[in-house]
Design a protein around this ligand. Sequence first.
Ligand code: ADP
Length: 424
Amino acid sequence: MFQRTLRKLTLLISLVFLLIFVVFTSTIYGYISMRQFDKVDDAMRMQAQSFRVARERTERMMMPVRGRRIFDPRIFLLLRSEDGRIANLAAFRHEDNANLAEIAAQSRIGEIETKEYETHIYRVLCIPYQYEEKLLRSEENFVIKEVIAVSIVDTEVGLLNDLLWIIAGGLFISMVVIVAASYYLAKRAMIPIESAWEKQQRFVADASHELRSPLTGIYSNAELILRHPDNTVEQESRRIHTIMKEASRMTKLITSLLTLARSDANKAELQLAPVDLSELVEVVSEHFRPFEELENIQLEVSVEPGLRLTGDGERLHQLLVILMDNAFKYTAPGGKVSVAARQADKQIALSIQDTGCGIRQENLPHIFDRFFREDKARSRDKGGIGLGLSIAKWIVEIHGGKITADSEPGKGTTFKVFLPGKGS
Ligand code: ADP
């Protein structure tokens, strides 16, 4: 399944890289070609515009009189008469004079064109002649209408062609590198996806398993009750009690699963409001007071007054219940649970400490994982489902806080929660 995604991702990344390469190189190519011809065009325009028949000189001396500064020997000026005749002003003899005349004859006014003709590539510019003058060719009546500048641009075009080949070659070599790099990136991107998928799969398997056991308990006990239809409720009270216990366990499990599913989908909405955490800790601690007597566990509460924060009171209540419930669940009679809350800089520090069985060092990094239980049987006996700490961590984190656990097997465990908030 992941192979197909990997292939698709590789293709997508390759395409993005390719697109970047093509855009980048074509921008460079476009810029260079523009600059190459810009220089030639400017020189041609200047030379054509500055041309004026130098009347006082001889016909052979006719050449740009003002444009000497930009005089380019590769630029040839030609003149076109009203009736389309061409006069070649090339001051030097050139073997392409005939070609130039033909190219000039085809040029259109106001346009700059690149033309390949026989062995050369020519750039041609045709502009109207500004002066009403005749060419001093004694026997001809040649009224100049347009000045045509022609430049041989073999070097420029050759350079651009070379550049194109280099780009094409670069593209070919880059393709190999691009595909290899894309594959590597796609593979790396797949790691968290694969691990999230595996986690999800494990979660679904664990959840189904956890749901199946109370259901089996409910079903088998109900079946046993049905086998003895004459028994009284009193006689069947043990089984009815088991059914109720399992049903309540299922309700707890489903509620926890829903909470986590909503947290995964970022759909669990928080009812944010000012919360007096000092008061909340006192209230929750009071709920656990009966355990002092029932379980013979001492409860010590030490809370600084006026600790306030903005949060979801219900969720924070749930957080305290999970941590205190665990502390009582995993502490043997005769032990002690201490709850403390105080201001620490800009944070509120909460600590729930017990003198219980503790958690083995190697298990500490996993206790916030879903369905992780150090001792499944013990947790189950105590009504645990292995989701409490995952929910606790989520609640702390959506409030912008942090939760840590410290433990020594046989001596006890301390959970510390830091929440952004201040004392009054
Ligand atoms: P459970 O429903 O099993 O208590 P939790 O997610 O609340 O699930 O806790 C996960 C596991 O972490 C527990 O099964 C237990 O092994 C360990 N644990 C949590 N709190 C304590 C504690 N105060 N003392 C010892 N072990 C704890």
